[in-house]
Structures are given as C-alpha cells and as structure tokens.
Design a protein around this ligand. Sequence first.
Ligand code: SF4
Length: 420
Amino acid sequence: MWLQKELINRNYRELATATERGQKVSATFVPGNLNELLMCFDFARSLPETNALQNGMRKRSGRLIMDAERAGHSEDVCTYVKADLGMMLGGEIGPTGERLPRPDVLLLSYTGCFTFMKWFELVRQKYGCETVMLHVPYQGDGVISPAMRDYVVRQLKDKVIPELERISGVRFDIDRLREYLKESAKAEDDLVWTLESAKHRPSPIDGYFGAVYYIGPIFTAFRGTPEATEYYRVLRTEIEERIRLGKGPVTPEGEMAEEKYRLVVEGPPNWTSFREFWKMFYDEGAVVVTSTYAKVGGTYDFGFRHDPSRPLESLAEYALGCYTNLNLPTRVDMLEKYIREYQADGLLINSIKSCNSFSAGQLLILREVEKRTGKPAAFIESDLVDPRYFSAANIKNRLESYFQMIQQKRAATVAAVAGT
Ligand code: SF4
C-alpha cells in the first residue's frame, strides 16, 4: 500500500512540474490505455479517472461535483466526469494539492463507454488541445476477431503513432516499445499470481478493497516501467509469506480475523467512504476473493499478456479485451467461473448510480449467475465519488441480511446432505 502510494504521488509530482521542465503531457483513460506507447514519446501521463478517484478518497469530490452541476452539468452525468470538470473550473488543483498541467494531447482509446468520448469533447472545448482517437470495436459477439485486431493495428500505424510523433516531436522507436512491453508482461505475471492467491483458504488478500492497491500502478502510468515490475515482485513475495503463515488479508485495522464468507463482487467500489464500506465487510468476516473491478484495466487472468514480439498487435488485443468492452454474456460467464474457481459463497453487485457502462444489465447478470451457480446474490447501490449517494445505514442493513442469507443457505445444504 505504501509503495503504491509513493508511486502514485510521484506521478502527480511529475505532472505538476512537467510544464516548467518542458515535458509534454498526455491524458488518457484507464480501460485499454496505451501507456507503453505514450512512454515512447516521453509524455507525462495523466489519467482523469484516477484524478477523480483520488479526489474522492480525499473527500474533495463532493464540492467539485456541485461546482460542475452549478456550471450546468446534469445530476445524471457520470460523477468521474463532473469531479474532473469541477477540478478544472477550480484552477486545476489536483488531489495532492499540486496544480495539474493542461494536457498537450488527449488520447482516447474508445473502449465500450460512450461517456469517454463526451468527456474528452468537453476537455477539448475548454483547453483546445489536440485529440487523437483510437476506435476500439465492441466485443458484441464475445470474441476478438482477426479483422477487429487488424483494424485497431491499422489505426495505430496510420494515425495514432504519426500524430503522437508530430505532437511530441519524438520519433517512434519500436524497439523502445518492445522493452516496455517486456516489463509489462513480467508485472502482469506477478499481478495474476497475486490476484489468484485468493483461491487459498483463508484468502491472503482481499480481491476488491485490497486489490485497489494492487492494480493501481499497472492500470495507470507505471505499466511498462521497471518500478512497476519491482512493485509486483515485492507484492508477490509479501503474499507468498502470508500464505505460508496461513494469514488472511490485511485491513486498515490490521490483520483480518476469521474468514467467514467468501464473496465475488461486480461493480466499482465507492471511493468517498471507501474505508467505512470496507469495514462493513471485514467486521463480519467477509472477504472478497475476486472482483470484476480488479480487471477493469486488463483481464490478465484470462491469459492476456503484452507481447514484445507482437508489439502493436498486443496493444490492440489489450484494448479490445478490457472489461468495459465485454458484452453481458461474457461478463456472466466470467462471474460464474469466478464463483466456482474461488469457491465463493455468492455474488454481490455494487451498482454504481452514475456508471451506465457497468450498471446496465446488472440485475439480469445477478439472476443468471444465481441460476447457474445456485449461490445467493445480492444487490446494493452507491456511487463512485458522489458522497450524496452513499447511504451507510442502507448498505449495512442489506449486507447483514445477505450474510444471514448465506448462513441459511449453508445450513440448508448441510441438512440436505445429512438427510441423503
Ligand atoms: S460511465 Fe463508467 S466507464 Fe464511463 S467514464 Fe464514467 S465511470 Fe468510466
């Protein structure tokens, strides 16, 4: 946790001093990001969702969202967008209190969420900066066809790379990209190992709340750097030790006591009350063994790795395979597999009010997963960074009833087995 905080803060320092050091700045979204490619052009890298999330965790987002609403943005708009626009209206002061620079280029890897496009249209309107769009076809049929991959590669070659060369003034060097991708693959191996360690009993990690700290570097500006590789090596060593000692996850209040419930969670967490939300789980002995949110910046556990021998193809496959680009049947299959492989007691959906991309179809997902696995599922609602939509009492009540439901289901299964 401390190592990842240090990395994230370092990126904010780099961004804050970029303009005076003459470094060009890019902004790009997390799902399907082309971090290694941006590094080839020496850009400092800002990720707007991470800025909103960090402002949420520091309890600054509520005011920023209200500022954006006063400026005319509807209550229904994604709150990441409003937190970002509110920050721009308020003088671009970032989460760490340092000023964030105006981007020189907005690189939109369009992966599944239409809001991404409208968000950057608004940023471009404000700053008049250059925009480069990579259109990533949606996985409507649940597969990445060769034609889809080639279409993305062609855009990279014909449009994205030449534009980034022009804006940065740096010539593209494919061997430099290969070096970064080599580092990415090493870190990805250790990340997958860490996330899958939750198949142990007790799970040595929390695959949702704890995983936030594990995915931070690799989903943002650090994938492809030696620092990220080292971070994931250290993390893996730490988790290996926890398994050896038979320990459960670490929580903000220390070691977790007995593991009573193993859950799979779908949907992003709430950031404004992150600690309070997490506490509702560990106080009851509930561990999230895996979550779809921890795959939002890459479904590496299904085998994908960045590949230095096929640099542009693997960048294309990465963007095509990210979670926001998956269709509903694929998401249902994924959750069913998680419940079985992680021996979970059930599925919990945290439906995010402002994120249509995640939330549309979640009730259908819930019913289908329940039907296929026979495990109980539950539904709670909150928001990403709007504190007005986090009702602690409501969520706590729902969770308590859900844990009771799991106990009853267990008792019924034991009784049925005893009766046979
Ligand atoms: S709607 Fe969801 S996926 Fe789209 S930008 Fe907002 S938080 Fe991200």
